[in-house]
Design a protein around this ligand. Structure first.
Ligand code: PEP
Length: 253
């Protein structure tokens, strides 16, 4: 049984005041939500303040990236251990904005995944194709390649602590969501790949969908057999919309 999981990626947004207010509003909105794992990923500099707002609540804390070393001369970087130290349980890795704007490749993502696991953080590993790759029929091959590279060297036990996020790049921040069928097609391919590579451990891995998830498309996406949750960007910056995504099931409303 895979616990439905909803993660908000705030990216480089909010002021300190907005960040604490948003976390506080979410804490109130999500107080009674049952059966859904929820996390928010504010910018690094607000992690401690947001941690104060969500302490002992249903909302977990995550970061948007980390370095692969534990410490040292890496100016501007933040280690997985530092993230744990300030209360993080999750870290988003290999987001398409880091892959495409910062040139992060699968081998680098893989080093970060291993470092996050070693620090007992749950890595949320993002994969997804560009529009041009989808148009030439290469979506599955691209995603498979990213999985192979990003999860290289992991064993079945380590895999159990990993969350995956399929985020077609053409659907991120564009308002153009993949149809539930398009999402399921890739999620099913990912599940099959996981089973083949990791055996039964692949069954329990949560695969989130990301790309313009909104309150009005969440339930249809979640109705797909291999969609286990959502990684939400834009709609996670507004408490009411993120909360209604989390409350996609009638019994939680
Ligand atoms: C994201 O950045 O991970 C994302 C899915 O963004 P949005 O929801 O805004 O498309």
């Amino acid at each position: 049984m895979r616990t439905p999981t909803v993660v908000g990626n705030w990216k480089m947004n909010t002021t300190l005041k907005e960040a604490t207010a948003l976390a506080n509003a979410l804490r109130r909105e999500l107080d009674r939500v049952d059966g859904v794992e929820v996390a928010i990923c504010p910018p690094y500099v607000y992690l401690l303040d947001v941690a104060d707002q969500v302490r002992d609540s249903r909302i977990g804390l995550g970061a948007q990236d980390c370095h692969w070393e534990t410490r040292g001369a890496f100016t501007g970087e933040v280690s997985p251990g530092m993230l744990r130290d300030v209360g993080c349980a999750y870290v988003v890795l290999g987001h398409s904005e880091r892959r495409n704007l910062m040139g992060e490749k699968d081998d680098l993502v893989n080093r970060k995944v291993r470092a996050a696991l070693a620090a007992r953080l749950t890595p949320i590993v993002c994969v997804g194709e560009l529009l041009e790759e989808r148009d030439r029929g290469a979506a599955e091959a691209v995603v498979r390649g990213q999985l192979e590279g990003s999860l290289a060297g992991l064993g079945p036990a380590e895999l159990e602590d990993v969350i995956l996020a399929y985020e077609p790049v053409w659907a991120i921040g564009t308002g153009r969501t993949a149809t539930p069928g398009q999402a399921q097609e890739i999620h099913a391919m990912i599940r099959a790949w996981l089973r083949k590579r990791f055996g039964s451990s692949g069954e329990g891995v949560r695969i989130l969908y990301g790309g313009s998830v909104k309150p009005d498309n969440m339930a249809d996406l979640m109705a797909q057999a291999d969609v286990d949750g959502a990684l939400v960007g834009g709609a996670s910056l507004e408490a009411a919309s993120f909360a209604s995504i989390v409350k996609y099931r009638k019994e939680n409303r």
